[in-house]
Structure formats: C-alpha cells, structure tokens
Design a protein around this ligand. Structure first.
Ligand code: ZN
Length: 143
C-alpha cells in the first residue's frame, strides 16, 4: 500500500483529496513525509512521526503521574490523617471567632517562617473543633 492509499484509508474513504504534497521534510521529527488534505479538513502526514512521538510522550507522562498518585495514596493509606483533611489549606480555613482567627495567624506565621535549617516546633492545644488539625495539615502542605 502506498502513502496515498494509506492516507485515503485513514480518512475513511468518504472524503475527497483536495491537496497533496510529496517529499516534504518535518524539522520536528526529521522525517520526510507526504502531505494529504481532505475536504473534511483532515490532514494526513504520511511518514511524519510527530503525532506518534507526542502520543508516546503523553502516555509516558500519564504513566509517571499515575505512579506519583499511587505513591501519595499509599502514604495517606498508612497515615493517621483523616481523608477529609487531605485538602486542608490556609485558604480554605474559615475562622469562626477571635480565638480561631488568632490560631490561624499563629499557624500561618509559623508555616511562612519555617526553615529546614532551623526547625522549630509548634504545639497546638485546645478543645475540639477549633481547627487544630486543619491548620496543622495546612502548615505541612505550605510551599
Ligand atoms: Zn514530524
């Protein structure tokens, strides 16, 4: 099967060839290719591997993202952090009173000034529902 037959087959036989150029050079994949354009707008570059390369690149990226995601999920599975706190940030903490506002400011200042070279601890004490866990989680995910 020659390039044109292949291109027509790829277009599904239904469309008319309206443009073709042969022996073109793709400076992205460094391949010679034949160019076909059909009346439905479909373009076939027979010999150019760019689409294939892009497809492989995306597959590879998706693969590594999946591995990264699995790693993170595994860490959470073995951690004591409850699921609903995984998304806790300073931005989605809503202080309900002055005491929570104060707690928020202390934790944020702590996280903003945290340095690995000079590690400091912060002890949170208080009643249920103040948002200690939320703010502790927010502090760990701060970049
Ligand atoms: Zn190419």
């Amino acid at each position: 099967m020659n390039g044109l037959e292949k291109a027509i087959k790829q277009s599904g036989f239904r469309n008319e060839l309206i443009e073709s150029e042969f022996g073109l050079f793709c400076d992205k994949c460094n391949n010679k290719y034949d160019y076909y354009k059909f009346d439905n707008g479909q373009v076939v570059k027979d010999g150019c591997d760019c689409e294939l390369i892009e497809h492989h690149k995306q597959q590879k990226e998706a693969f590594f993202k999946r591995i990264e995601r699995n790693k993170i999920e595994k860490i959470y599975r073995y951690s004591i952090i409850p699921y609903d706190l995984q998304e806790a940030t300073f931005e989605n903490y809503e202080p309900q009173n002055e005491s929570q506002e104060k707690l928020f400011n202390i934790c944020k200042r702590y996280a903003d000034n945290f340095e690995l070279k000079n590690k400091q601890s912060l002890l949170l004490q208080g009643d249920f529902g103040l948002g200690k866990s939320h703010l502790a989680m927010a502090s760990t995910t701060r970049n």
